[in-house]
Design a protein around this ligand. Structure first.
Ligand SMILES: Nc1ncnc2c1ncn2[C@@H]1O[C@H](COS(=O)(=O)NC(=O)[C@@H](N)CO)[C@@H](O)[C@H]1O
Length: 143
């Protein structure tokens, strides 16, 4: 998995068109979303992650928790992003992993939103620009 972490004043998105023939089913209210004072986590799930999705979820949550505590962020935006890797996992696997990351972060007490999967989206992002505001992580299964 490739992750780009941007500590931001806000992240807002608006769903435009389908980017997959069968994107995630979403409600009307999920077509737009915004979080303020947010750690935005743009994630590309990779083919190599298919070998051990549970481990990837665990490692990704650990990384996000670490950075969130360093930048003192309580709000997390889980954002599917297919442009950080040229070796993407299948959409159905990627969606399951991203949903699991969202759930685990909520269990850890964070306020979490997840942007809809399989759609082209307009988004606005306001990076805070401090030294830890832009980080990237690569996570692979250990096995
Ligand atoms: N492996 C993945 N990791 C993260 N997001 C993904 C992944 N695969 C699909 N998506 C989601 O599905 C959308 C489209 O994915 S895509 O790989 O770019 N596919 C396409 O654009 C297709 N139109 C042609 O392949 C992405 O914007 C993202 O929302």
């Amino acid at each position: 998995m490739r992750m780009l972490l941007i500590h931001s004043d806000y992240l807002e998105y608006e769903v435009k068109d389908k980017a997959l023939s069968k994107p995630e089913e979403i409600s009307e209210e999920q077509k737009k979303g915004r979080l303020d004072e947010v750690l935005a986590a743009f994630m590309s799930v990779e083919k190599v992650d298919e070998a051990n999705p549970e481990e990837i979820v665990q490692k990704a949550v650990e990384e996000i928790k670490n950075v969130a505590s360093q930048v003192n962020a309580q709000n997390i935006f889980v954002y599917p992003f297919a442009h950080l890797s040229s070796e993407l996992a299948k959409p159905e696997v990627a969606l399951e992993i991203l949903k699991a990351i969202e759930e685990k972060l909520k269990e850890e007490g964070f306020n979490v939103k997840r942007a809809p999967f399989g759609y082209y989206k307009a988004f606005k992002l306001s990076c805070k620009g401090h030294p830890l505001a832009e980080l990237s992580r690569t996570i692979v299964p250990s096995g």
